[in-house]
Design a protein. Structure first.
Length: 175
């Protein structure tokens, strides 16, 4: 595949290595002005090299050779958000955790955690089991979520993720 000019090649490679990345993150990582970035994105899209999908807040980019299924894209959308990523990592390590425990574990206010949880429940990524006034939470497909975290770990730039990967790999070897 021939890429001219060089920024277009770097853009394509970044989208390939960081599926679900959005415009502002591309701008930050490539240090390109928005107009130039949009020009190159349009070129890549017009030539069927990338596709974009809109979530609630962002337009996210994927290379056409590796467009994940809709459910995987939704998980990736949430993994791209640091707060949600930390919640999901915590739930992978501690299924059945409640909102208060999650809030303490991830260092976010209970209302912020609730906001993220409601979005995750609505999208079908996690489910709530209510017992009295307390809801325990778990990830619907923990293996897929962990696989996506591990597959794209370099694109998340997150030290909490490194600790999770070591624990997940060790825990799965015992099974």
């Amino acid at each position: 595949m021939e890429f001219e000019p060089e920024p277009r090649k770097k853009l394509y490679e970044l989208i390939r290595d960081s599926p679900g990345i959005h415009l502002r993150e591309l701008e930050r990582r490539l240090d390109l002005v928005v107009g130039s970035l949009q020009y190159h994105l349009h070129y890549l899209e017009k030539n069927n090299l990338i596709s974009c999908f809109k979530d609630e807040e962002y337009v996210r980019y994927f290379v056409n050779r590796r467009i994940p299924e809709k459910h995987e894209r939704e998980i990736i959308y949430f993994l791209r958000r640091k707060g949600c990523r930390h919640i999901l990592i915590n739930l992978l390590q501690n299924p059945g955790t409640n909102n208060k425990e999650l809030s303490t574990a991830v260092g976010l206010s209970p209302s912020t955690v609730s906001w993220h949880l409601n979005k995750l429940v609505k999208s079908g990524i996690i489910e709530k089991d209510r017992v009295g006034r307390i809801s325990s939470l778990k990830i619907v497909d923990p293996d897929l979520t962990a696989e996506l975290l591990i597959s794209y770990k370099e694109s998340f730039l997150d030290s909490l993720l490194d600790n999770f990967i070591e624990m997940w790999k060790f825990g799965n070897r015992k099974k």
